[in-house]
Design a binder for this molecule. Sequence first.
Ligand code: CTP
Length: 211
Amino acid sequence: MLAGRHIIVTAGPTHEPIDPVRYIANRSSGKQGFAIAGALAARGAQVTLVAGPVMLPTPPGVDRVDVETALEMSEAVDAALPADAAVMVAAVADWRVAPSAQKIKKGTSGPPVLRLVENPDILATLARDPRRPRLVVGFAAETEHVVDHARAKLARKGSDWIVANDVSGDVMGGDANSIHIVSVDGVESWERLPKDEVAARLADRIAAALA
Ligand code: CTP
């Protein structure tokens, strides 16, 4: 179904170091992204999975690149091009810190002030790259106004689809997802499904879009 297609998938959180022992992170288990990578590979795609720090086994047939930070994830996505499609499931930290080379010690001069620097938006950058994959899919975790926020994100990020995930329940780390696929053609809402089932249906939809 997807033989001969190269698809990049990002998954998991990123960790942004504060010093050698501390970091800032986003909450993400990586489960949905890994399931999508596996479902695409099972349909014959060559999959490059750019994975943030998670404790998950690599799905069969998937080429995995492990990264820690948003900057590393951005470089790994760039290095994986060209691709027919990209599915950006990672919960990328929006900010990083200029990290301290030494462990910050407490007590001497009060709590440290963290000066945050914005990370590159990997999805938006890819969507505007001359080597843009034919199909670019973003994810959005929202707690309210799910579809409205996804529509705005679709335009802002320049992706073809935004898969909007309603995380107002217990989705983070859980095994089921309630999603809406938002594109210029409209909105398709799916009933709450196990993450593996979401992955299978999404892989079929991606295969149809690339056919
Ligand atoms: N994303 C990315 N690089 C970033 C931030 C986000 O590639 N630095 C991607 C995610 O992988 C996801 C999509 O963008 O596919 C949604 O990101 P989200 O964090 O929801 O978007 P934001 O622009 O940060 O919007 P919000 O104001 O909701 O945080």
